[in-house]
Design a protein around this ligand. Structure first.
Ligand code: MLT
Length: 207
């Protein structure tokens, strides 16, 4: 495990034990950091390389990947800027660690920045697992996702990201040509064992 500040984002990197598996880009939720999703990454893709950056925006001391005006109301100029910065970090980290394009595994705010990457810099990701995601942009640009695989898991009782909101994002990604598998779980905003099992199963199908 490496902790390094050489690249533009503070991050942790865990090298692959099985180089045949796609690397995972772990993107934490509001108030998380680069350590948060490492156990989830290890659980859903044992042996895969893990690249886990810390969001560079602070909201009352809590790291995030982009600014928001209120819960669910995003500063979309900042979404765009931060998505490009994160995509540039991915390019640099891939060179440094000799990695193929990663599959994002994002939760909440991390899932939303992963969706922004898909819409704005699709070449940055080989696919994505979006846990509790909503549209990061009200008017997404036209994008060519060329069948990129995306798993979206939402919670029917999620008070922060209603399933209808996840549904809208799924439609936007499908309109761009992504192959989206979307499921609504009997869950709230927090992750459950079902999220872990479904993500693991879906990722195993990619390898
Ligand atoms: C966001 O701000 O990205 C979403 O509201 C999810 C969250 O609370 O982080």
């Amino acid at each position: 495990m490496t902790t390094t500040e050489d690249l533009a984002f503070i991050h942790r990197f865990e090298p692959a034990r099985d180089a045949a598996l796609p690397p995972l880009l772990l993107l934490h939720g509001t108030g998380g950091d680069e350590n948060d999703l490492l156990p989830l990454g290890q659980a859903v893709a044992p042996g895969a390389a893990l690249l886990s950056p810390r969001g560079q925006v602070l909201e009352n001391g809590m790291p995030r990947f982009f600014r928001r005006m209120a819960e669910g109301v995003f500063d979309e100029d900042d979404v765009r800027r931060r998505a490009h910065e994160l995509a540039d970090f991915i390019t640099a980290a891939r060179q440094q660690y000799r990695l193929p394009a990663p599959v994002a595994l994002g939760f909440s705010n991390g899932a939303n920045i992963a969706a922004a990457l898909l819409l704005l810099r699709p070449e940055a990701l080989a696919g994505a697992v979006l846990l509790r995601a909503m549209p990061p942009l009200r008017q997404p640009p036209e994008v060519a996702l060329g069948g990129k695989p995306v798993l979206m898991l939402s919670g029917v009782a999620d008070p922060i990201i209603p399933p209808a909101s996840s549904q809208l994002l799924a439609e936007q990604l499908r309109a761009g040509g992504a192959t989206v598998t979307q499921k609504e779980l009997p869950a709230g905003h927090g992750l459950t064992q079902m999220d872990v099992a479904l993500s693991k199963n879906w990722l195993a199908g990619l390898a």
